[in-house]
Ligand binder design. Structure first.
Ligand SMILES: O=P(O)(O)OC[C@H]1O[C@H](OP(=O)(O)OP(=O)(O)O)[C@H](O)[C@@H]1O
Ligand SMILES: Nc1ncnc2[nH]cnc12
Length: 186
């Protein structure tokens, strides 16, 4: 494992796991903003993404609300690449693209504004579970004719079926929940 990600891995192993209608949901600063996320972990995530993607080739970082925002922000501050937040609220702008989002435990609408045709985009999110969120945002980016440079998530759940994810997704760490605890794969 990337040694800079060791503190993140250690804290993940301590994360409480709660039941959301049968879905084992872990609660961690990366995915929930609670317990508090250490600045060193935020930096390690931003550094980890920067090491895996050539940010020189990216015009905009796109992050879905809510839990993509702190990672997108840390990366934007570190790289000077502008950040676009995909919102769960419509603004009614003529160029707005709405897509349906289905996660492992919820569904709703997502609204993309602020991405233009030809923009080279890096999509960043906290966690890939079913992949419904990533797929929905990618569909919206395709609709506005943005160029998707890469998709990076901090965590990929390998214990949830994401067979329907049609794009390559890079993760900093792969995790699963076993016996009520988060396991980090080496
Ligand atoms: O791979 P998936 O099954 O789509 O799950 C991953 C998504 O679920 C969570 O978002 P959620 O919409 O729950 O909202 P939040 O970020 O506001 O907590 C998380 O932040 C990801 O965006
Ligand atoms: N906080 C979380 N824990 C586990 N799986 C998730 N999928 C989306 N958010 C998650």
């Amino acid at each position: 494992m990337d040694p800079t990600l060791e503190p993140l891995a250690r804290s993940l192993r301590q994360a409480p796991v709660v039941d959301r209608d049968g879905y084992e949901y872990f609660v961690h600063g990366v995915t929930d903003g609670i317990p508090p996320i250490e600045p060193a972990v935020l930096r390690a995530v931003a550094d980890g993404i920067s090491e895996r993607v050539d940010l020189e080739t990216v015009d905009k970082i796109v992050a879905p609300e809510a839990m993509g925002i702190h990672h997108g922000t840390a990366l934007s501050v570190a790289t000077d690449v502008p950040l676009v937040v995909v919102r769960k609220r419509s603004y009614g702008f003529p160029e707005e693209v709405a897509v349906h989002q289905e996660t492992s435990y919820s569904e709703g609408e997502l609204f993309v504004n602020g991405v233009d045709a030809g923009d080279r985009v890096l999509l960043v999110d906290d966690v890939l579970s079913s992949g419904g969120t990533i797929e929905a945002v990618c569909d919206a980016l395709e609709a506005v004719e943005a160029e998707l440079v890469d998709i990076v998530v901090v965590l990929r759940r390998v214990d949830v079926d994401h067979a329907d994810v049609s794009r390559d997704v890079t993760s900093l760490l792969d995790v699963r929940v076993r016996d009520g605890q988060v396991e980090v794969l080496e």
